[in-house]
Design a protein around this ligand. Structure first.
Ligand SMILES: Cc1cc2nc3c(=O)[nH]c(=O)nc-3n(C[C@H](O)[C@H](O)[C@H](O)COP(=O)(O)OP(=O)(O)OC[C@H]3O[C@@H](n4cnc5c(N)ncnc54)[C@H](O)[C@@H]3O)c2cc1C
Length: 484
């Protein structure tokens, strides 16, 4: 069960997210509305002529497609298994443009804003403009680019849903719904937040970013189309609803909005992080109250998004035979919910580690594309372990501990404290707040970030941060001592 379906109330129409193929017959034809790229001919694997693969990648989200392409480019046989590789990606991904520019993906944004805006409160000095351009990912364009690259590099596709994985004789075999199976020297689990194949040795205990969003056509809206509304913590729209206002003061949510044109906008009521998740009906109610307050007249709802992103919590067991990447590998930023840029940025490193493990010694010397097929489970386990080490080196683990500490602090803040926190956060140097949000700061830089945040906070906020942060700080320090 995905995090989304687990979190949604039974009557809530959760949007399909790729992984919902027909349960009984994964190879049955898909309804036309689930296929976006009708002109793309995928090279399909024919199970009646079984082939051996170097890697089987389960999942064709951003993580799966990007890693499959890079490994196939190096000459290895790669199979992607997904019930519907041509389905549209439904999440509205937002990214900082500098992150996408660095990866040569700036043309894969369909809307961009020169700056972002944060409203801490409704006071005249409550607005903070952030001079960092923001963009919405052009989902069809990015997915098409990754699919076309995969096809060009020789990746094969199999439309099926993975059920399970088993290992023996140095190979890993993925059992598929419908009874078939496929096997590879290594298996990569890129099934996102459904975490289908990776294993955990401790209870999975994340916080959740919950959000209810809509893309709407409206008669008009009050937002500037050159500015993305990153966070709006104002709550005067709840003055006439004291019960909702009281709930919001305790468990605050903010408005995240992307104005596309004077009459089209994405509005999302977002809980930065909560445990348990704030239920979708509550998020929807709060958004409706904001919209009434803003006087928005909706002409058409084009998209509806139910967002439940697991944040932080334990990482999958490391090492383990199945390699995880993306949502399955705990790569979501535990204090923000962002992941797309981080995963696309990490793919070269992780894919190159896979390539290195799959290359025979002589291949490394001659570049003769001699695949190394592991001859025993011990050899295959050592190969996977090397890849896990590359994905989660000690520096990244330390950084994640810090983010996790940040998440635990955020989980405890009420509305007033959250406002204080972000007043200090956005008063930091660009280097610090950009770096924090983009997972770019090393652990030592994060310590400097934390001290600077403390220095920028008001006296009341400092006392509060000390009270709420101290237990988490102790936990973080004890965990850091055990990291290898
Ligand atoms: C609503 C929402 C909004 C988000 N917005 C942002 C954002 O604005 N910015 C950001 O950086 N991050 C965002 N995230 C977080 C994260 O970037 C996304 O979740 C991202 O899609 C994760 O990529 P992925 O490749 O790991 O997994 P996914 O994109 O979830 O892809 C998983 C793939 O695995 C397939 N699959 C699942 N189960 C199986 C199975 N059993 N067998 C075979 N295939 C299977 C699915 O069909 C799917 O194609 C958002 C997440 C959500 C849920």
């Amino acid at each position: 069960m995905t995090a989304e379906t687990a979190a949604a109330p039974p009557s809530t129409p959760v949007l399909p997210r790729g992984g919902r193929g027909p349960a009984s017959d994964p190879s049955a034809p898909l309804s036309p509305d689930k296929v976006l790229f009708t002109d793309i001919q995928l090279p399909l694997y024919d199970p009646t002529e079984p082939a051996t693969f170097d890697i089987v990648v389960v999942g064709s989200g951003p993580a799966g497609l990007a890693v499959a392409d890079r490994v196939a480019q190096a000459g290895f046989k790669v199979l992607i298994v997904d019930p519907n590789p041509l389905a549209p990606w439904v999440n509205n991904f937002g990214v900082w443009i500098d992150e996408f520019e660095l990866m040569g993906l700036a043309d894969c944004l369909d809307y961009t804003w020169d700056r972002a805006l944060v409203y801490l409160n409704s006071e005249s000095d409550g607005a903070r403009y952030l001079k960092r351009p923001y963009g919405r990912v052009d989902r069809p364009k990015l997915k098409r680019r990754l699919l076309e690259r995969c096809i060009a590099s020789g990746v094969m596709f199999h439309r099926a849903k993975a059920k399970d994985v088993s290992h023996g004789g140095g190979r890993s075999t993925v059992a598929l719904e419908g009874g078939q199976q496929v096997s590879g020297s290594l298996v990569v689990d890129a099934t996102g937040h459904s975490r289908k194949l990776v294993e955990f040795d401790k209870p999975f205990n994340p916080g959740y970013q919950g959000a209810y969003g809509i893309v709407v056509e409206v008669e008009s809206h009050p937002f500037d189309c050159g500015t993305m509304l990153f966070m709006d913590w104002r709550d005067d729209h709840l003055d006439a609803s004291p019960d909702v206002k009281a709930r919001n003061e305790k468990l605050p949510t903010f408005l995240y909005a992307m104005p596309f044109s004077p009459t089209k906008i994405f509005l999302e009521e977002t809980s930065l992080v909560a445990r348990p998740i704030i239920p979708f009906p509550e998020l929807k109610l709060r958004l409706e109250k904001r919209m009434q307050h803003l006087g928005l007249k909706v002409l058409k709802v084009e998209e509806e998004e139910f967002c439940a992103i697991p944040m932080g919590g334990v990482l999958p067991m490391r090492p383990q035979r199945v390699i995880g990447i993306g949502g399955t590998a705990g790569m979501v930023h535990p204090s923000t919910g962002y992941m797309v840029s981080r995963v696309l940025g990490a793919v070269p490193l992780v894919a190159d580690a896979i390539i290195d493990q799959l290359s025979s010694v002589s291949d490394k010397a001659t570049d003769g594309h001699l695949q190394r097929a592991p001859r025993s489970d011990a050899e295959a386990a050592a190969m996977s372990a090397a890849v896990w080490r590359t994905m989660w080196p000690v520096q990244r683990l330390r950084q994640r501990e810090f983010f996790e500490f940040g998440m635990e602090v955020l989980l405890k803040l009420d509305l007033a404290e959250t406002r204080e926190f972000f007043a200090a956060f956005f008063a930091l140097s660009d280097y610090h707040w950009h770096g924090f949000l983009s997972s770019r700061l090393s652990f030592l830089e994060l310590i400097a970030f934390g001290l600077s945040l403390f220095a920028k906070s008001s006296n009341a906020a400092r006392i509060n941060l000390l009270q709420k942060g101290l237990p988490g700080l102790v936990v973080m320090l004890s965990r850091l001592a055990t990291l290898r």
